[in-house]
Design a binder for this molecule. Structure first.
Ligand code: UDP
Length: 151
């Protein structure tokens, strides 16, 4: 089982899409084992988006990510990092395939509804950045076998 970080971005909070995004992950058979609302600040965003700080769009990205509080979730499941990235879709909402979260809910390159960790290593780093010890909880649904059987 893997764990990955999803951030429901301010655009989704603003547009009333929090439930829609959570529902998609729940229906897929992934488990939310940590979730909270938090206001991001420049310091955490400079760490989180360190690979983008020199880009011309970075000031706008900062503003966009601080516009409202966000929802951060730790999502667990088999191959969760890859599955969640596939469900998220390409970065630009206009290029993301229909059926993906961004493909169905975004027309923007920046306001693309969710963030999802892009590798197992980054998921570990990002979960540690956004969650304190004790905020990620270990539990399994009682009918777990229905989700992943037979492999
Ligand atoms: N972004 C943007 N303009 C771009 C590329 C990215 O505003 O040309 C924003 C967008 O919100 C994206 C975030 O920066 O989700 C992080 O970019 P990254 O390349 O890491 O893509 P992601 O992993 O989010 O698909």
């Amino acid at each position: 089982m893997e764990q990955t970080l999803v951030i429901i971005k301010p655009v989704a909070v603003h547009r009333g899409l929090i439930g829609e995004v959570i529902t998609r992950f729940e229906r897929k058979g992934l488990f939310i084992i940590g979730m909270k609302m938090m206001q991001l600040d420049e310091q955490i965003l400079r760490e989180h988006y360190a690979h983008l700080t020199s880009k011309p769009f970075f000031p706008d990205l900062l503003k966009s990510m601080m516009a409202t509080p966000v929802i951060v979730m730790c999502i667990e499941g088999k191959d969760a990092v890859e599955v969640v990235r596939l469900m998220t879709g390409a970065t630009n909402g206009r290029k993301a395939l229909p059926g993906t979260i961004r493909g169905d809910l975004s027309m923007s390159g920046q306001e693309n509804v969710v963030h999802a960790s892009d590798s197992i290593d980054n998921a570990k780093i990002e979960l540690a950045r956004f969650f304190k010890p004790g905020e990620i909880l270990a539990y399994k649904p009682s009918d777990f076998r229905f989700y992943y059987a037979p492999d």
